[in-house]
Design a protein around this ligand. Sequence first.
Ligand SMILES: C[S@@+](CC[C@H](N)C(=O)[O-])C[C@H]1O[C@@H](n2cnc3c(N)ncnc32)[C@H](O)[C@@H]1O
Length: 163
Amino acid sequence: MAERLEPAAAAAVDLAQVGSHDRVLDVACGTGNGAVLASRRGARVTGVDLEPALLEVARRRAPEVEWLCADAAALPAGDGAHGLRLETLSRATLELAFADVAEARRFLVRTAGHVLAAEPHLRREGRWEALQADLEALIAARARPAGDGIALELGYVLARARA
Ligand SMILES: C[S@@+](CC[C@H](N)C(=O)[O-])C[C@H]1O[C@@H](n2cnc3c(N)ncnc32)[C@H](O)[C@@H]1O
């Protein structure tokens, strides 16, 4: 099972362009597919999962990674220590924290390849700004206040989030 998930984790790590300058938090890491790949690229990595047995497998794969057994929903939002937050193929109902609606919008646009691919022609047709406004309205309707910012529940995220 874990092996079958690896291509998605590899795609996420590629999309996020993880490098040695990154400090990565792999949320719901399971056996560590994303975390292990990020670590091989030289990033300093922490993997978090609820299942001790999966973390044991992960630890054997990459002892250099910090593995934490914890409920990701209970992690401090945007702890500042991890510039890059990965979540690959998680069914967990996790919330991502953002400073505000505009930051959440930028994050979603950056991580949705089809939106980025459509940007040039939407701009040419003058529809880009309207799309951004719609997206912000949607986020505002779904987000809840959290700390100084907002929290947004997202599933199945291949994510890069800069602090
Ligand atoms: C489909 S697996 C994905 C594992 C890994 N991200 C990958 O791509 O190979 C989903 C993982 O989410 C973990 N999980 C579910 N809810 C969680 C939570 N609230 N906090 C931490 N981990 C959670 C499960 O234990 C499981 O390892």
